[in-house]
Design a protein around this ligand. Sequence first.
Ligand SMILES: NC(=O)c1ccc[n+]([C@@H]2O[C@H](COP(=O)([O-])OP(=O)(O)OC[C@H]3O[C@@H](n4cnc5c(N)ncnc54)[C@H](OP(=O)(O)O)[C@@H]3O)[C@@H](O)[C@H]2O)c1
Length: 207
Amino acid sequence: MVRPRISTNFAISADGKISSIHHRPSGWTSKQDHQRLLELRQNADALMVGRGTLEHDQMTLTGPRNPLRCIISRTGELDPTHPIFSKPGGPIHLLVTNGEGKSLPQDPRLTIHTGTLKDFIHSLAETHHVKNLHCEGGGQLVNELAQLDLIDEFHLTVAAHTLFGGAESPTTTGKPANFLPASRHFKISYFEPRTDLGECFLSYSRA
Ligand SMILES: NC(=O)c1ccc[n+]([C@@H]2O[C@H](COP(=O)([O-])OP(=O)(O)OC[C@H]3O[C@@H](n4cnc5c(N)ncnc54)[C@H](OP(=O)(O)O)[C@@H]3O)[C@@H](O)[C@H]2O)c1
């Protein structure tokens, strides 16, 4: 299928979690981690997050190229007072996979799509000429991208100075549950250990 190149970025704890059990935002693990998040946005024609991440992290999804801001939801029940609707930024594309979207604000920048994640990603390339789609989580959304085998680049900050614990706290592919249909393999393309921070910045590309 015609599709954009898809990258994703996470900070993970020593036990491989992206958030604590109560889904408190992990925040940026260090100033450098935040800097890297901004750098990874630089090439993005579109940024994408699951509704959970949008709301827990109060993200407004901006970047130097005024990327499209894509939100994925089954229900479409977004908080109409969320700052994404009041802050300047690119067009907002909401994909609602199992509903119609409720209580949404009248925002001329907002387009609502229905259908599958796969078709939505195809339409980003086909209709909106998105070449680079950067996904900032969360685990549930990346789980479906991994199931569809659509991840080209995986960026990680290993913040092994922290343990979150908890069977219910999410990993980069969501709460530990079913296996993917098959393992997905990547090769390392960037490695920057920062002993001063107790962190390591890594990038992997699809093998
Ligand atoms: N450490 C990091 O780098 C990092 C990065 C990102 C997020 N996080 C953290 O991760 C936590 C959120 O994780 P999560 O796994 O709950 O996140 P998520 O994927 O962002 O959000 C889950 C929600 O997003 C929607 N969604 C996700 N995948 C979907 C799909 N394939 N189709 C349709 N809708 C889909 C659904 O919304 P509806 O309920 O509206 O249907 C679902 O309930 C937060 O605490 C956040 O702070 C950490």
